[in-house]
Design a protein around this ligand. Structure first.
Ligand code: HEC
Length: 172
């Protein structure tokens, strides 16, 4: 009889104890719980309107977007040894899932694309100017499937990835 009573009471004691401990932590915590903090949905706040005629005069993505590929050149250090090493890391993070760790377009994710990801060591891709490749990975290919990655990869890193891909050369 006593044993049964203990088996019955033990879970109750555990649950009540746990509840007590959790609410105590809640009361002691200085940060707000998610359900207590105000939720702001995207675009709930009005967007700031730019003055008409405002254009960036130095830096900024818009300058690259509107520039002709031929006018874009590697920034300093992108082609250095450190730049290319960084570019390899960037490639493995942002490109390999589609273009493959051997750069041949055989990445796992890429196989669901039509057209398939391009072999980056093909003569066609290696013949692209750095500026053209930079614009393709930044803003996508019109009508194509290359994702625009300008808002995903930081500007300089994109250049180091281009330097890395160019450094591979045409596959023998
Ligand atoms: C989500 C998959 C995906 C990711 C991630 C991706 N690509 Fe691609 N890429 C593609 C596909 C698909 C194509 C073929 C596009 C086409 O021809 O429409 C392509 C095409 C290309 C081309 C060939 C463009 C040409 O002129 O034919 C280059 C260069 C390229 N990608 C480089 C990169 C680099 C560098 C990265 C990483 C920064 C990258 N891609 C990330 C899917 C991807």
């Amino acid at each position: 009889m006593k044993k049964k009573l203990v088996i019955l009471l033990l879970p109750i004691v555990v649950i009540v104890g746990a509840h007590y401990a959790l609410t105590m932590v809640d009361n002691v915590l200085k940060v707000g719980r998610m359900w207590e903090t105000p939720g702001v949905r995207p675009h709930e706040q009005p967007m700031l309107v730019m003055q008409t005629g405002t254009v960036p005069v130095s830096g900024g993505e818009a300058l690259y977007r509107s520039a002709s590929p031929a006018s874009l050149e590697f920034p300093e250090a992108a082609e250095s040894e450190a730049g290319i090493t960084g570019g390899k890391k960037g490639y493995m993070t942002y490109c390999a899932q589609c273009h493959g760790s051997r750069h041949d377009g055989n990445g796992t994710v890429g196989q669901s694309f039509a057209p398939l990801p391009t072999d980056l060591r093909s003569a066609k891709v290696q013949a692209l100017s750095p500026g053209a490749m930079f614009k393709e990975i930044s803003y996508g290919i019109p009508g194509g499937r290359q994702p625009p990655l300008a808002t995903t990869i930081e500007l300089h890193e994109r250049w180091t990835i281009v330097a890395y891909v160019k450094s591979l050369g045409v596959r023998k």
